[in-house]
Design a protein around this ligand. Structure first.
Ligand code: DGL
Length: 283
């Protein structure tokens, strides 16, 4: 593996761009590849087997594009599949987990709210985090169905999004939470709205900066940091309907980007957001 090779990053959709932007800040010379699996988002309602199969297919693709390291910029995929992914691939893999530890360390009220997908909150990883850091702290797990979909459509401030955020955040505040963990990489794009609903005294924790630093350490330890004299580049792929999602990626990345179609072994019947998500094999 060569230091000039790119880093591969993926998520169930556009949420991982909140991690990608921290990676870009931390590692300005790295070339970055990003796959948004938006055709199959949200992962939060999928089975572990489904999420694992998608994650394997995406990492295989990123490795075929020369990725020297992988960032699983998705808490749900980490919770569902990380052990399999690490045993299956040689390439270094950095993954997400809800930032329960720093939240437990910094809460003053002793109550922490964790906003995440249902699947993340049901995962063994999350149970371990609660067992490890929740002894003296009340950790409230709050699933947030619908929020991923709002971010996938680029609706970060609308009434429907606000009403969902209120529905999930207000009960946590009523139970005394003074610290909220963003346990899904889509949610940092909603942080301004969440802060407005929660008020200025509530701390919001996003682990993306820590993940970017962890990536730097992993690359450094293997002599894989890019020596490039030029700023790194970004390339984007997306399952589902790239043309439809390009504006959302451009909005969240704050630049007009090209989005390529993810070369998939299966295609979606119907548009993103269709209830059945029928899969059809390409022959
Ligand atoms: N961004 C993903 C995460 O961090 C969202 C999962 C989903 O698609 O439900 O969990």
């Amino acid at each position: 593996m060569n230091a000039v090779n790119p880093v591969g990053v993926f998520d169930s959709g556009v949420g991982g761009l909140s991690v990608l932007r921290e990676i870009r800040r931390e590692l300005p010379k790295e070339d970055l590849l990003y796959v948004a699996d938006s055709g199959y988002a949200p992962y939060g309602d999928r089975t572990e087997q489904f999420i694992e199969a998608r994650s394997v297919a995406i990492i295989e693709f990123l490795v075929s594009q020369g990725a020297k390291a992988i960032v699983v910029a998705c808490n749900t995929a980490t919770g569902a599949a990380i052990a399999t992914l690490r045993s299956r691939f040689q390439v270094p893999i950095v993954a997400m987990e809800p930032a329960v530890k720093p939240a437990a360390e910094q809460t003053q009220s002793g109550v922490v709210g964790v906003l995440a997908t249902r699947r993340t909150l049901l995962s063994g990883n999350f149970a371990k985090l609660v067992a490890r850091f929740g002894a003296d702290v009340n950790i409230l797990a709050q699933p947030c169905p619908g929020l991923v979909e709002q971010v996938e459509t680029g609706d970060l401030f609308g009434d429907a999004t606000r009403s969902l955020v209120e529905q999930y955040v207000v009960p946590l505040l009523e139970q005394g939470a003074d610290t909220l963990v963003l346990g899904c990489t889509h949610y940092p794009f909603l942080a301004p709205l969440i802060q407005t609903v929660a008020g200025p005294s509530v701390a919001i924790i996003d682990p993306a900066v820590a993940v970017a630093r962890q990536l730097r350490r992993r690359l450094e330890s293997r002599d894989l940091l890019s020596p490039g004299a030029h700023p790194g580049t970004e390339r984007f792929w997306m399952s589902g309907l790239p043309n439809r999602m390009k504006p959302v990626i451009s909005q969240l990345w704050m630049a007009d980007v090209e989005v390529q179609s993810f070369p998939d072994a299966v295609l979606l019947d119907g548009a993103y957001g269709n209830a059945g998500h029928t899969l059809r094999a390409v022959t």
